[in-house]
Design a protein around this ligand. Structure first.
Ligand SMILES: *[C@@H]1O[C@H](CO)[C@@H](O)[C@H](O)[C@H]1NC(C)=O
Ligand SMILES: *[C@@H]1O[C@H](CO)[C@@H](O)[C@H](O)[C@H]1NC(C)=O
Length: 246
């Protein structure tokens, strides 16, 4: 083949490659996963977007962030990538609302170039602005932690926190979140309204597959109404209530 022919062929291939991209509807989306449990705050978290991926035909870009709070501890598990789900504007809501252990999620699916571009927790700041900052406390305490069992939730790091009056049962579970390259297993312990599966109705959060396994709390860990006599006099009146609820 002559050089000129080769050049023309190369040019033809290049043109074809360029024309093929928009033609097949291939979309470029950010690809990222994150899980953070240490020193997470609503204001310091910044999601670095370093990678992108070309989606399959008709796929869109997704971004899903799950924000978990128990006592003073916070955790984030999140996913960005391609999805077959229909496009929808950003949605933010509580899956499990406070007081006590709370789980909220942000989810967005779009179909324009690198549109899954959120890098902060601004939507959660707005969600939480409406919530009561000082719920009425109870006399019950629960072990409290969110994180990996061999890191943030090692026994030494599990704190014992006072439960809000409206959420005075102890809860502990192991959660697994999976989507694309994301595969995070972590522990949540804290105060809840009723100690059953918190995320039973949410097998999926966006593309994230959720599995929840309840852990049996060691009786000695759950400090309960037996400590009533140590509280101020009015707590004695509340004690029968907790004994019945327990
Ligand atoms: C994020 O994507 C939207 C399109 O969904 C675009 O309008 C906006 O400018 C992008 N923001 C940044 C910081 O790239
Ligand atoms: C996720 O990780 C667990 C272990 O941490 C492993 O058993 C499981 O096979 C992994 N799942 C996937 C889909 O990679």
């Amino acid at each position: 083949m002559r050089l000129r022919d080769l050049r023309s062929l190369q040019l033809l291939c290049l043109l074809e490659a360029i024309s093929l991209l928009p033609w097949t509807g291939a979309l470029l989306c950010y690809e990222a996963t994150a899980s953070a449990f240490r020193a997470v705050t609503l204001h310091n978290w910044n999601w670095l977007l370093l990678r992108s991926m070309v989606c399959k035909l008709r796929e869109g870009c997704e971004e899903t962030i799950v924000f978990i709070e128990t006592g003073t501890s916070k955790g984030i598990v999140s996913f960005k990538g391609c999805t077959t789900a229909l496009s929808h504007p950003p949605q933010i809501s509580y899956l499990v609302s406070p007081p006590g252990v709370s789980v909220s999620s942000y989810s967005h699916v779009c179909r324009t170039y690198l549109c899954n571009n959120i890098t902060n927790l601004e939507p959660f700041v707005r969600l939480k602005a409406s919530e009561s900052k000082h719920p009425v406390p109870s006399t019950k305490f629960c072990p409290t932690c969110v994180g990996r069992h061999d890191q943030e939730c090692l026994p030494n790091f599990v704190t014992t926190e006072t439960c809000p009056f409206a959420a005075s049962s102890c809860y502990s579970s192991t959660l697994n979140f999976q989507a694309g390259n994301l595969n995070t297993t972590f522990l949540i312990m804290g105060c809840v309204r009723e100690s059953h599966k918190l995320l039973a109705n949410f097998q999926h959060i966006g593309s994230i597959r959720v599995t929840e396994a309840i852990n049996i709390l060691d009786k000695s860990e759950a400090v309960d109404a037996g400590h009533c006599s140590q509280g101020p006099p009015w707590t004695i009146l509340l004690c029968p209530l907790f004994i019945i609820r327990a």
